[in-house]
Design a protein around this ligand. Structure first.
Ligand SMILES: [Zn+2]
Length: 420
């Protein structure tokens, strides 16, 4: 397990509110308070690459019927493609083109020269080389031996054909199960494939495997775990290593993702929590409601001081030198103003002197919140909890959207007013 804690590089700043360590509500969480810095230095990326593409400059042919240019469904594809094309230091480039809808037989032609993104009716004639022919189930049923699928990335080698031997792949098809999406037959339906799922399948196409095959690197966030609206440091470093740019453009890129990777007890291993929702977990990572008692605010769910969680990356390929400070702050405000504005109360702030390229930070802190610190904020109204990160000495990243994230939080007068 790679688990580094580097308290020497970290200083905590306490403006009005004092911080204390408390046990978190979920006793299965192994991770302690403070920072965990995960570095990418020791990874052998070739171990992760499963039939990467021979040429990382690809044209992705999408159905004009289902995904017309400018439609909401097409924008999800474009968003996923942009995540890959914005990886500085890598030659990965995806160009999207419209095409007529292709049949199952067309998609998996034995002499293909194209990459497709398409709906697939697996009951049609022809063969589906990467999944059981005819299988239409959207989810697994182990008792019945059903292997479900919603989206699939299937790769082709110019010598050995579909889903077969060969160290590299030449083409791929990303297909979406028509039986799982109303959008397949009704282009006004809103259940079209979303950007995070499309990015996951594109990552398969570029040779990434699921996290369970990563051995000792389970602490890293990745699109391969799903529900990530951005590529992680881990994902970008994979692309940079397997598809390197010769004149390597160096860039700092501080990003706050929605996901937080937390170590659980040995039976479960690592698990993703989310800053701003409950997706995939029994609860979200941050408190939803706080109540007032004895002149302090307490978490409605735990009856303890609130514990906040967040993560961030330097997903760029340039180190932030130690003469620059990387600041992160958690704030609470009315949500009517920008995260950096003076209307928001700083609950906790901390900084690193410098940050390695590719570093992933996981941060958590119990914060003792006195009543007087939040005296300007109303009760029983949805407030915004913000987490933001920036480089203090340059503020070059200040205006970027991906440097902050927010979640809803409500203050209650008493424990009896809590709804969670
Ligand atoms: Zn997958």
């Amino acid at each position: 397990m790679q688990k580094l804690t580097l308290p020497i590089a970290v200083l905590l700043v306490t403006p009005i509110i004092s911080q204390q360590s408390y046990r978190i509500v979920d006793n299965d969480i192994v991770e302690g308070r403070g920072f965990r810095i995960s570095q990418l230095k020791t990874i052998d990326w070739d171990d992760f690459a499963n039939k990467p593409l021979r040429k990382p400059q690809v044209t992705l042919h999408v159905s004009k019927h289902h995904f017309p240019a400018g439609s909401a469904a097409r924008k999800e594809i474009d968003k996923a493609v942009t995540m890959f094309n914005n990886t500085s230091g890598s030659t990965v480039r995806i160009t999207v083109a419209g095409t007529d809808h292709k049949s199952k037989a067309d998609l998996f032609d034995n002499n293909t020269s194209r990459n497709y993104f398409s709906y697939l009716d697996n009951t049609a004639s022809g063969s589906f080389p990467c999944h059981n022919d005819g299988s239409t189930a959207c989810s697994d049923d182990d008792d019945k031996g059903i292997d479900g699928w919603v989206m699939n990335a299937c790769k082709y080698n110019r010598t050995y054909g579909w889903n077969s031997l060969g160290r590299k792949a030449d083409h791929f098809v990303i297909s979406v199960n028509t039986h799982c999406k109303d959008h397949a037959s009704d282009i006004t339906a809103s259940d079209y494939p979303k950007a995070d799922n499309i990015a996951h399948e594109l990552a398969h196409a570029f040779g990434m495997g699921h996290a369970d095959s990563w051995d000792s690197h389970q602490d890293f966030l990745s699109t391969m775990q799903g529900n990530m609206p951005t590529l992680s440091s881990f994902d970008k470093y994979y692309l940079r290593d397997i598809y390197p740019e010769e004149t390597n453009t160096k860039k700092v890129e501080l990003v706050v993702p929605n996901a937080i990777r937390v170590e659980y007890n040995n039976d479960i291993g690592y698990k993703n929590f989310y800053f701003n929702d409950d997706e995939g977990t029994s609860r979200k990572a941050n408190p939803k409601e706080l109540y007032l008692k004895d002149r302090y605010f307490w978490d409605c769910e735990t009856n303890r001081s609130p514990v906040f969680w967040a993560s961030y990356f330097n997903s760029g390929n340039k180190k932030i030198q130690s003469d620059k400070e990387v600041w992160s702050e958690i704030r609470l405000g009315k949500g009517t103003s920008k995260v950096n504005s003076s209307g928001n109360v700083v609950l906790s702030s901390q900084y690193h002197k410098g940050l390695e390229k590719g570093a992933q930070i996981t941060w958590s802190q119990g914060v003792k919140v006195p009543q007087r610190s939040l005296s300007d904020l109303p009760f029983n109204r949805t407030l915004k909890l913000y987490f933001m990160v920036d480089t203090k000495n340059t503020f070059s990243e200040k205006s970027e959207d991906n440097n902050s994230i927010n979640a809803d939080l409500i203050l209650r007068n008493t424990k009896a007013d809590c709804s969670v």
